[in-house]
Design a protein around this ligand. Structure first.
Ligand SMILES: [Fe+2]
Ligand SMILES: [Fe+2]
Length: 185
């Protein structure tokens, strides 16, 4: 997809960054307050990772572990928030969108596992992983559902609540595409 054909303002943002650290602007809003807040939080994570790992130095373990936990929460809570609303509204591109979420979740899970097993260098990929996710998913895939979702159709409970496994698995919902595998544990 040519991003500039979809939203010239978003294309301009990408060009302005020159592939560097992504920067949030109001043109990236999907028109749903709580999702915009989730996305802005993700941009802040990217910034933080750039600071603590961007120069190739290993940061202190506690900080990396915190970031990994926040990312884990994001993958569960934010993806569920988007997917439950997209599924409910019959969004045609839901299968591809959810498949992208799964791929990111599995990649992150592998990094977390390696890190927990003692491979501290596994964290070095995080700045690139998170920035790529912003450029390839949030700025391309997420902006496409702008107009489909509203503040009224999206669950606005806090991420930490959604990530606390109080939410039902979407894979058990009627209409959930069987082609999408469940995320890795
Ligand atoms: Fe998103
Ligand atoms: Fe998404």
């Amino acid at each position: 997809m040519n991003l500039t054909n979809h939203d010239p303002a978003v294309g301009a943002t990408l060009a302005a960054t020159g592939g560097a650290l992504p920067v949030w602007t109001d043109t990236l809003s999907v028109g749903v307050d709580v999702i915009d807040e989730d996305h802005q939080a993700f941009f802040r994570i990217a910034e933080l990772l750039h600071v603590v790992l961007g120069d190739g130095e290993l940061a202190q373990d506690s900080l990396i572990e915190s970031v990994l936990n926040v990312l884990g929460e994001y993958v569960i809570g934010h993806f569920w928030r988007e997917e439950s609303a997209l599924l409910r509204t019959g969004y045609a591109a839901f299968p591809d969108h959810a498949t992208g979420h799964r791929a990111f979740g599995e990649e992150l899970a592998n990094i977390r596992l390696a890190y927990q097993k003692g491979d501290k260098s596994a964290a070095q990929i995080l700045p690139k992983l998170v920035s790529n996710w912003i450029y390839k998913h949030i700025l391309v895939e997420d902006v496409q559902y702008k107009g489909y979702l509203t503040n009224q159709t999206v669950d606005d409970r806090p991420l930490v609540y959604l990530a606390a496994e109080v939410i039902p698995p979407l894979s058990e919902e009627p209409g959930y595409p069987v082609s999408i595998s469940s995320p890795s544990d």
